[in-house]
Design a protein around this ligand. Sequence first.
Ligand code: NAD
Length: 246
Amino acid sequence: MRPVLLITGGSTGIGAACARGAARQGYDIALNYRNSEAEANAVADACRADGARVLLCRGDVADPAEINGVFAAIDAEFRRLDALINNAGIVDQTATLTQMDHARLRRMFDINVIGAMLVAKEAVLRMQAQGEGGVIVNISSAAARLGSGKQYLDYAASKAAIDCFTKGLSDEVAADNIRVMAVRPGLIETPIHAKGGEPGRADKLAHMVPMQRKGTAEEIARPVLWLLSEEASYITGSTLDVTGGR
Ligand code: NAD
């Protein structure tokens, strides 16, 4: 039986690379996306070509009712859930704290933190009910260590919350054989930089990376999928930097 994997924000960037890699490794996939339906369809087609059963599930992770809708669709289609890549996330325009308002901070934390926690909650409920364990990889960021002052410290703080949440949840569910880890990507070429108003950001800052280059979405997907696999069976609570040394 193929394990069932939910990927949030799976239509682009790192999430899409994870979906394609997971299909090749034998997972069936629930692919969550917010509004990029055409891109989600393209990722789903590629996964199906590699033999995966794919459920496309639209839903905003900042909206608890929409999260419930995503899980209701998964329950109806697969009746189980074995793994989660908690990947959906946003950045915002470059700004200092004094330029940030309440609405910006609420949106950042609603999506990057509360959304990820509620998605993990629903996944854990199902994994505990199945009684066969499970695996969760949260997508953090090197920003959680770096702080990202004068860039987007709200984003960095949201990812630091994810690191702390990863450790706490891993302790809560370890006895249920549910492993919980985080991956901290560094500078990765994906659409996220353009959405934050800086399309050339990964190239511009590549000189700050010890390896002197940006990374690819596939270079994040491979360690994420390794953490999901039995190869990583004694790892939980850990946060892995995948940053070219930054
Ligand atoms: P991306 O913009 O391609 O992917 C983010 C995905 O999340 C998009 O598909 C987007 O539609 C989705 N999303 C955003 N808000 C959502 C919501 N409310 N509900 C559902 N989906 C939502 O960029 P990416 O770089 O692939 O980002 C993936 C993850 O990697 C994010 O959590 C990001 O913070 C993290 N990350 C990226 C980098 C980088 O340099 N690219 C570095 C560190 C961490």
